[in-house]
Design a protein around this ligand. Structure first.
Ligand SMILES: Cc1cc2nc3c(=O)[nH]c(=O)nc-3n(C[C@H](O)[C@H](O)[C@H](O)COP(=O)(O)OP(=O)(O)OC[C@H]3O[C@@H](n4cnc5c(N)ncnc54)[C@H](O)[C@@H]3O)c2cc1C
Length: 393
């Protein structure tokens, strides 16, 4: 191909924007098309472990230090009894062990910081309000019709999320499957939290067929709450209106502080979670590849979907930079990422089962977690493969 290949990215979520920034930093001209008219993320939160926060730090996002929170610990509770099972130290443990912090932040603020940085980057050309409609992969370039315009580039990257229309069109894959899990979410005021739960910590509550997670975001000005339940409800989209009454019913047998948090969520938004079975052999073809949820959608039960998209972005840029043959670089990127993202997908499915146990199995889980409390740092080492993975070296 000779000259620096041009790159076309479909999708301006956390994955697409991170990829645009990493690729531009590596010297590649990038065109990004996003279907939404403005960059906006729904008002939910996100946890980013050291394996991803170290990449964000390298991107030097403005204001990250102000809006991101570094929680002191993860506190795990039994939902029905309210008993604390285990406290895992995060600050300063994560930074000391892995060289980067464990952060909790608002998706909207992260997304704004990424999109501001991308808009300021001379090598990135952004087209909002351009929905990718049809694409063709030719021998040495790709063509994409989006928002009534024709785009052409040497490489096409689908970063168009869990339902990835490009994945389905270009690889002939089926849509992702509903997992039977629903996420309910709300941002609430720290003053509305029950006593003892308002500090800068992540809390995880486990219970039969459901769990609850909350942590501070927006520099500590808000608490992000996500309640996860199992149900047959399924509709595509991130912003369906949920009913407080229904959610409170699902948690009616839980301990009072957890019910307090559920009630404080008011009328939450909800979405039905989709996933694909772990795929250790995901791949594009020719000058086409995938990134983020388009490649490896997962349950959020390891808090790693966005982290994997950010890792993908860094690895893709580095692989293209170090390999003079772009198509070979794309296959090398896929081969490097599939085992890791497949393992994380599997881990998230496994957590779904463990978090939602009931009866004797839940008692056994709780006993094991309590026992781990004697050496929490030792317990955290189980996650070295995940948090200690450094794609930047
Ligand atoms: C309840 C919940 C909690 C989570 N918590 C965490 C967490 O704590 N930590 C973590 O790391 N991950 C978490 N995740 C996962 C994380 O949200 C996703 O993995 C991440 O957002 C994926 O980013 P993406 O850019 O690949 O996809 P998306 O964020 O879905 O972005 C896709 C983009 O493509 C655009 N698009 C779609 N179709 C087209 C088209 N045809 N043309 C143009 N543009 C298009 C969309 O508008 C969107 O902007 C959580 C997920 C859920 C559901």
């Amino acid at each position: 191909m000779g000259q620096t290949p041009s790159i076309l990215i479909a999708g301006g979520g956390i994955g697409g924007l991170s990829a645009a920034l990493c690729l531009a930093r590596a010297g590649f001209p990038v065109t990004l098309v996003e279907q939404a008219d403005t960059f906006r993320e729904v008002g939910a939160g996100i946890q980013l472990s050291p394996n991803a926060s170290r990449i964000l730090q390298k991107l030097e996002l403005d204001g990250l230090g102000d809006f991101a929170v570094e929680p002191g610990s993860i506190r795990i509770h039994d939902g029905p009894s309210g008993n604390r099972l285990l406290t895992l130290p995060l600050k300063p443990e994560m930074k000391a062990r892995h060289g980067a912090p464990y952060l909790t932040l608002s998706r909207a603020e992260l997304h704004q910081a990424l999109s501001r940085k991308a808009s300021d980057e001379a090598l990135i050309d952004i087209h909002l309000g351009h929905r990718a409609e049809t694409a063709r992969i030719l021998d040495d370039h790709a063509e994409l019709e989006a928002g009534g315009r024709q785009f052409s580039a040497d490489i096409l990257i689908a970063a168009d999320g869990v339902w990835s229309p490009l994945r389905q069109a270009l690889l002939g894959d089926q849509p992702p499957q509903y997992t039977g899990h629903t996420a309910w979410r709300a941002l609430i005021d720290p003053a509305d939290m029950p006593a003892g739960l308002s500090g800068a910590h992540t809390h995880l509550w486990l219970g039969p067929d459901s769990h609850l997670v909350h942590y501070p975001v927006c520099g500590g000005d808000k608490i992000n709450v996500v309640a996860l339940t199992e149900s047959s409800w399924r509709e595509e989209g991130w912003n369906h209106q949920g009913r407080s009454e229904e959610l409170q019913r699902a948690f009616a047998r839980w301990a009072s502080p957890a019910r307090h948090v559920i009630k404080a969520m008011g009328e939450p938004l909800k979405w039905a979670l989709c996933g694909r079975q772990p795929d250790l052999d995901w791949h594009g073809h020719g000058c086409f590849t995938l990134l983020g949820d388009a490649a490896h959608p997962m349950l959020p039960y390891l808090a790693q979907g966005a982290a994997m998209a950010i890792e993908d972005a860094h690895v893709l840029a580095r692989t293209l930079q170090s390999n003079p043959e772009p198509m070979a670089a794309l296959r090398a990127y896929e081969a490097a990422r599939a085992p890791r993202t497949g393992r994380v997908q599997q881990g998230a499915f496994a957590n779904a089962a463990t978090f939602h146990l009931s009866g004797p199995a839940a008692l056994a889980r709780n006993m094991a977690l309590r026992a781990a409390g004697g050496a929490p740092k030792l317990f955290l080492r189980r996650y070295d493969w995940l948090y200690g993975h450094d794609v930047t070296v």
